[in-house]
Design a protein around this ligand. Sequence first.
Ligand code: PRP
Length: 222
Amino acid sequence: MRYLTFALGKGRLAKKTMELFRQIGITCEEMQDPATRKLIFVNEELKLKFFLAKAPDVPTYVEYGAADVGIVGKDTILEEGRRMYEVLDLGYGRCRMCVCGPESARELLKHQELIRVATKYPHIAKDYFYNRKHQTVEIIKLNGSIELAPIVGLSEVIVDIVETGSTLKENGLKVLEEVCPLSARMVVNQVSMKMENERIGKIIGELKAVLQEEGQICGSSV
Ligand code: PRP
C-alpha cells in the first residue's frame, strides 16, 4: 500500500484538523512534540504522511500531486485558483471575507467610484469588484496588517478576513460589504481521487459522519 500524503496549513488549522482526524482513528504521535523541527510526519501503521506548509502553498502541493489531500481555508482556495477537488467543508475556521473601511467609504462603494483597495487577496478582490460589482478599482497587494491601509491613507477600503470583528473595531473600521463566508476545507488531487478513491472516500465518509454528529454543516462539490 502506498502512503497517502496530507498537506496541512500551518498553525491553528493544523491543530484543529488533527483533533478531528483523531476522532476517526487517524493519529500522528510524531506531530505532538511542540519542539520538533521536522517537516514531515509518518504513521507507518496506517501508511499516512503529514506535512505542514504555509497555507498558500497547500493548493500547490495538492495540484501537483505532492500531497494527495490538503486542508486549507476557503480564502486560500479562492485566491490560489488551483485545479483540484474541494470535497468537504470541515466547518471550523469560520470567518468572512469582507470589504471594510471607515463609514465614510460606504458612499464610494455605492457610486462606483474609482477607489483603491488594499488586500492580501488580490484575485478575490478583483473577482468581487470586476465580475460581481462591475466596479473598476485599483488593487494594492499587501502582506499583512491590512487594516492599516485606510487608516494611513494608502487605500479607501480593504478586502480582508473578519473573524470576531475586534481588529476592525479597535481601528475604527467597519464591514461595508460581505464578499463570501469562509471555513476550512478538504481538497484532493484530481488523480489521487481516482487512484485512491476507496481510501480517500472512506476518510471523507467518516469525517462527514463526525461533522454531522457535531452539527457542523458539510458539503461536497467534487
Ligand atoms: C487576520 C485578518 C484580520 C484579523 C481578523 O489577520 O487579516 O486582520 O485576522 O480577525 P478579527 O476579526 O478576529 O479581529 P491575521 O491575524 O491573520 O494577521 P495578518 O495581519 O498578517 O493578516
